[in-house]
Design a protein around this ligand. Sequence first.
Ligand SMILES: Cc1cc2nc3c(=O)[nH]c(=O)nc-3n(C[C@H](O)[C@H](O)[C@H](O)COP(=O)(O)OP(=O)(O)OC[C@H]3O[C@@H](n4cnc5c(N)ncnc54)[C@H](O)[C@@H]3O)c2cc1C
Length: 404
Amino acid sequence: MRQPTDVLVVGGGPAGSAVAILLARAGLKVCLLEKSHFPREKPCGEYVSPGCLSILDRLGLLSALEALDPQPIRGMRIVAPGGTVLTGVYPGNGTVSHGYSLPRYRFDALLFDAARKAGVECHEGWRVFDLIREGGGVAGVVADSEGRSRSFTASVTIGADGRNSVVARRLKLFAWHRTHRKVALLRRFQMPVDVGDVGEVYLGTTGYSILNPQGRGVLNIGVVVDQQDLPLHQAWERVLCDLFVAYPRVRGMLEGAHPLNAIRVLGPLACRATRVAGDGFLLVGDAAGYYDPMTGEGVYQALRGAELAAKTVAEALSNGGPTAGGLGRYAVCYRREFASKDRVCQLLQQIVCRPRLCDLLVRRLNDRPIQVEELLGVVGDLLPAERLLRPRFWTSLFWKRPLP
Ligand SMILES: Cc1cc2nc3c(=O)[nH]c(=O)nc-3n(C[C@H](O)[C@H](O)[C@H](O)COP(=O)(O)OP(=O)(O)OC[C@H]3O[C@@H](n4cnc5c(N)ncnc54)[C@H](O)[C@@H]3O)c2cc1C
């Protein structure tokens, strides 16, 4: 039965706000429930990949983002465990050949505010804790705010509530990754010197550290390690100091720096929903699955997934309702869009856990500008991920001399 509210979106991060904006602009009545109040912090590397910029442009939000004076990120520097350095810039794609870096409390607030301006009924401070079921499908949610509970019903419920999604859990679709069990520690620092305009990844023997400059000497630093290597029963300050021992260059850079926020610890990171659509519901962004922050595409997947979800929901509602079949098309589009990038990320993880292989590949890449451009293009969400799944890409790296 068609409800007075067409779509209920749970979670006002990039995925939730973007899908809400698109559906409201398509003429649907949309309600967005967010447990926090904006602006709120979100532990993240805070890098917005170049591929996100065309989506933000389609959302009509690129100039508003640029008005926030974000730090352009023009490329990446990769430092292999043995110390070999590779620096690459993002390949030009039309006019866009950079990403941005800015605090998530500003980025997410911009999107949430745009949802409100698009006519979405936005509720902050409402935490969803259960689903309403009707005839085997999802018909809405139950949420609470300051001790009050309330039911919200809608024709379609979209779970955009991030990793650990309540919507996915209540549907019994949530699963942790069985083997990839990483934990991240994140903190922003004010550095004593300028920190440039490329993101840096320091590969270690048991994990990696990512550095994202944010302008005016601010650096967002993350360290990612296997869950089993994380010392417990110690203050996080101590743990982070100990982890930096594996990254002497990062530790050296931090002399004279001072922290700007508390250390945020997240983990395990990798999880997925066993199904992303069904009768009356869809999952977008991290609620549909998350793997690893090394290649930094979470915001891209959230925004691109929102575009796919909005298209499916608008079509399903105009063609007779949110049946499992109608919304199921999203699952097909989702797989088509993200399966190759997922495989690339898994492949890169297999390489980074082998330090000698990593050193060899980084050395070889230094002589191969075309492959570096492809790597950066895929990582920056500018080129199709299939480019890194072609055997030729890898065989050319194992050849001693670059192929003609
Ligand atoms: C260590 C680390 C570093 C990362 N670095 C990067 C990076 O540099 N670049 C990048 O692109 N990606 C990065 N990511 C990934 C990125 O943070 C996520 O992919 C992205 O935030 C996903 O957006 P989302 O909207 O799906 O979820 P979220 O951003 O998590 O938003 C979910 C929203 O739902 C709300 N919510 C949750 N539960 C409820 C509930 N029960 N009721 C109501 N509201 C609820 C939350 O408050 C939140 O506002 C990183 C991830 C990690 C773990």
